[in-house]
Each structure stands twice: as structure tokens, then as C-alpha cells.
Design a protein around this ligand. Sequence first.
Ligand code: PLP
Length: 388
Amino acid sequence: MLYFDNAATTKPDEQVLRRMDEAQRECYGNASSRHAPGRQSREIIEKTRKELQAHFHLPDAAVVFTSCATEANNLLLFSVRQNYLKGSKAPNVVTTKIEHPSVYEAVRHWFGDKSAKIRYIQTDVKGNIDTAHYQSLIDENTALVSINHVNNELGTKNDIAALARLAKEAGGEVIFHSDIVQGAGKFAYDLKDTDIDAVTLSAHKFHGPKGIGALVTKGGLRLYPLCYGGEQEDGLRPGTENVAAIEGLRAALAMAKPTIGNDEQIWQMNHLIRTGLESNMKHIRFNTPQAHEKASPYILNLTINGCKGEVLSRMLDEEGICISTSSACSSKKKVSRVLTEAGMSREDAQNSVRISLSRHTTEQECQKLVAALAQNAERLRKISKFTK
Ligand code: PLP
């Protein structure tokens, strides 16, 4: 099998699975119990918390372990809402229409009740933020800015430190949040001297287990739980902790470390796919920006005229090659919200696919993908012409 859907999820590393298996077998104590097995479980949780704090260069950060990034995003958004509801002014929230559904839909849920105004930043068709428009939306009443680091469908990368600085310059008490799910375990994050207040991540996107995410905040923002019934995670995430998954997150991050910030090899493979497809196909257009500072090398989104992405990805699936049409969390939608909100026509969005790489992707796999994609797209174009 050739797996090119790493933005949806990644294969857990063997070492991660071994560490989780050991944790399941040996650290079965409830982390809230005071006896030795309980203390052993507690140790794993606190060690992972410390390693995350060190990873972000924030020794005093609040780290809340959640079941996934979707929950972590909701926890942050809900907390911002609870904080401003105590104030007298109705604030505004600034975000984009091309966020992952766990931010886009959650913003609409938590702030769409008229207690706040949602302001959307204009982006171009490749997902680049219009900085002047962004600045014009922020004022002293802005409670929250939420912008992802890497767009999960387009692969567009934002300069979140610069965007956070601009948000603070407006003079209000704004919280700057970034969903870094597609960047964590791939890029370095030194948040110490930045204006970024909160980030959210998920272990299954960097060869860790599913079912574990985290919200990391600098402090200063009071957090409020989404559910009640226990004191775990400072009462912010009640329920017995998933110690094995937390250990899996820690192991996955440790395994990612040697390649973090060192993405030359991934860029080479990204380039191989881009140039390979361009030289083999006439009707192709890349939707991901090409400049290294504007894109993640792990994601390539492209449109092929006359080729329905859904059909093309099914054809490749039959050959054991996995790519996707959009975010796994919105795969039931007929057309990608992200692509159409970025300004793409419905037809182009339907003719688009996403290829996503991991640090384990090989050159040979990329070559096979290029050949299979070009061949199947040509076949599909011929059939589509015939059936029109
Ligand atoms: N944010 C982004 C950018 C994502 O790509 C995803 C997963 O696709 C999520 C959030 C949600 O992550 P989780 O599956 O951990 O809820």
C-alpha cells in the first residue's frame, strides 16, 4: 500500500506502540490514586506535560490533555466565551472561513449566538491571508483571534508569530490561538517570545495514537471545563486519564524531534511529486503555494480539469494508493468548504485532491504515486469526456 493521506492521520510508530503497550501493562494504576501504581501513572502524565512545556519553551504553560484536538479547540473557544460573558461589552472574534471544522464549526457554535460578532479574514484562492484586511478587523473589542498554522487541506502555512504580534498591537485584551495540528511534530515552536497565547495539537497527526490531544496556554487566560464530574487536569478535563495515550504522545514527540524543523528531505519529495506530475500531465494546477515560507512540504493540493477528485481517489484506492479529496472530518460533504471559501469554483473544488506526506515517505513511493496518478487521471479524463 502507498499511503499519502498523512494529513488525515499517520501510522503510529512501532516504538510508540511499544511504549503504549508497556504503559497499558505496567502503569495501570489510576493516576489519582496515592499508592505506588497510581504514582507511576501520575509520573507519566507529569513527565509528558513537562516535555510539552519544554517543547514550546514555555516552562509555566498550562497543558490540558484532551481526547483530541477537536476537544482542545472547543475547550479554548468555550473558555474565551465564558471569560467575556462576564464583561459588559459584546466583543468580536476574528478567524478565517478555511479553518478545520473543529475551529470553524465550533466558532459558529460558541460565538454565533449574537453575544459576539464573528469577523472572517479574506484569503486568496491558495489560502494566503490578506494581512491588511486582517488588521482592519482587529480592534480593542477583539476577544479572540484563531488562525491555523498549516491549513489541513491546502497546506498553506501562516506566519502565526507575525499575525499574533499584529493582533496585540491593536491594544485590546485579545487571545491569539493557533490550531497547530498540521504543524506539531513537524515544525519547531519556540513560543516564549511570541504573542501566541494558545495552541492545540493532536498526537495521531505525528505518528502517535488517536484519542489524545492537548491545549497549551501561556496562562493569563482562565480556562473553563466543558464537562463536570472530576478533578483531573485541574478540573478542566474530568475523567480518568488515558495514561497509555499520554505516553504515546510523549514517545511520538520524542521520535519526531530529530526531523523537526529539518524538512529538506520532505521538500525534495514534494518537489519530485510536483515536477513529476507537471511534466506528465497537461491539465493540472497546484493549489498549495510553492514558496517554502508559505507552505508546508507535507501537503500538496491540486486540481485536474475533468477529473472528479472523488472518482480519482477511488481509482487509486483500487490500486492500493491512498489520497483524499478534503479533510477527513468533512469527507461526507459534496464539495470542500475550505476550497470554495478560499475562492475556488465548485467544479474546480470537486476536481481537487490532497496528497499528504510523512517523514517516512520514500522517493520510490513518490515516483509510483506520480505514475499511477497521471495514468488514472488520463483514463478518467477520457471517460469523463465520453460520458458528458
Ligand atoms: N485541526 C486540524 C488542522 C486538523 O487537521 C484536524 C484533523 O484532521 C483537527 C484539528 C482535529 O484533530 P482530532 O482528530 O484530534 O480531533
